[in-house]
Design a protein around this ligand. Structure first.
Ligand code: 6CS
Length: 379
């Protein structure tokens, strides 16, 4: 009998040792996994466009730069449109931190941040691409936007252009009257409804993913988007006319989740901001290239009729659009009106700079090549 308690204790001790050993192994394994996990962190980047679009080019470059700068310690996963939901759903995911980075286009974001609809106004930018390029490069310097985004849990990183907006429709449109009764798809921000209603159209908001079938099923008669999007979403297959009014640029914003961004180290935040700054020039060139190349592809693949509005025709639209500037001011209040003024001033300042640079280069050319001057006797 006395042997039993001793043996029992021995067995118990042995079991306890095994249990402790297993526990230590588990803890070490978990610790090992955690260590591995913390060595490579994942940053999720969601897009409002499909693979191969301008937003994808931006995110791919961001991924490449960030992964290189962190020596592979950061893995950027890109989620193209269709994998996570509509633009509104993506913004929601960024707000709650499930997605770390995303694109948020004013055409949809305007419901949440009305002031950002300033980029939806027609005839806001210059007709001179060089002027606009300078203006686009400084849009994120408008501080008011940063606090407006922050109030919605979003960290504004950058604004950038994706190309001039082009109409594709069933019937040609050359004058505002041609819009009468046209069921025209726009993104979901309210200012867009007011904009096309001003031309006499019957605007309808719908998510990007429903536009092709909407056109095919004749629920809508037309839509508006940059050329690269018209090509990659095949909208040119289900519309007969492509009209170039040069009335608005597609501007989007690159954003981060504020709750994610605020927790990053100052070094990481600096690295992200520097990377975003490096992307400015890159993405401008990409959108130019994509829009140019894809127009050629559309021309080759379809018989779509292409119309470029004349200056006089554009003037008709511009005049018809004027009251929408007041609609915008009423919709957004004083902060939005102030932002509008700032952008208009930026455009005017750049236009003045550009025309004095043009004048200088003309006069330099005259002095540099006297052989091209008209001989006095002929004047
Ligand atoms: O029309 C739209 O809804 C979409 N268009 C583009 C070019 N990008 C994203 C946006 O959601």
């Amino acid at each position: 009998m006395p042997a039993y308690p001793g043996r029992f204790k021995y067995l118990l001790r042995q079991r306890r040792q095994i249990f402790v050993a297993v526990l230590i192994c588990c803890i070490m394994a978990l610790y090992g996994c955690e260590q591995k996990k913390s060595q490579v962190r994942e940053w999720r980047f969601a897009l409002e466009e499909i693979q191969g679009g301008v937003q994808d080019a931006y995110a791919q470059k961001f991924k490449q730069l960030i992964e290189a700068k962190t020596n592979g310690k950061t893995h950027v996963s890109i989620y193209p449109y269709g994998t996570l939901g509509t633009s509104d759903q993506i913004t929601e995911l960024v707000n709650n931190g499930a997605v770390h980075f995303a694109m948020a286009s004013p055409g949809h974001l305007g419901k949440l941040i009305p002031e950002v609809q300033v980029f939806l106004l027609h005839f806001l930018f210059s007709d001179n691409d060089e002027v606009d390029k300078q203006v686009y490069a400084h849009l994120q310097d408008i501080q008011a936007f940063h606090s407006l985004y922050a109030q919605k849990g979003l960290e504004l990183l950058s604004f950038y252009p994706e190309g001039w907006m082009v109409w594709t429709t069933r019937q040609n449109i050359e004058h505002p009257e041609d819009f009468q009764g046209v069921k025209f798809r726009v993104m979901t921000s309210p200012l867009l409804l007011a904009s096309y209603a001003a031309y006499g159209a019957s605007p309808i908001s719908m998510p990007y993913s429903e536009v092709y079938s909407g056109l095919q099923l004749k629920m809508i008669d037309g839509q508006v988007n940059p050329i690269f999007a018209i090509e990659e979403m095949s909208f040119y297959e289900v519309t007969q006319h492509m009209i170039f009014p040069r009335h608005a640029q597609f501007i989007t914003s690159a954003i981060a989740s504020k709750r994610f961004f605020d927790k990053l180290s100052p070094d990481d935040q600096k690295m992200i901001r520097e990377t975003i700054a490096e992307l400015n020039g890159y993405i401008y060139d990409v959108q130019e290239q994509y829009n140019r190349e894809r127009l050629e592809r559309i021309r080759k693949r379809s018989k779509i009729d292409i119309t470029t509005l004349t200056p006089a025709e554009r003037q008709e639209f511009r005049q018809r659009y004027e009251p929408v500037y007041d609609t915008f001011r009423q919709m957004v209040g004083p902060k939005g009106a102030e932002i509008l003024k700032t952008i208009q001033t930026m455009v005017k300042t750049e236009e003045a700079k550009q025309s004095s640079a043009d004048a200088k280069s003309t006069s330099d050319a005259k002095h540099a090549s006297p052989q091209f001057q008209t001989p006095k006797s002929q004047t």
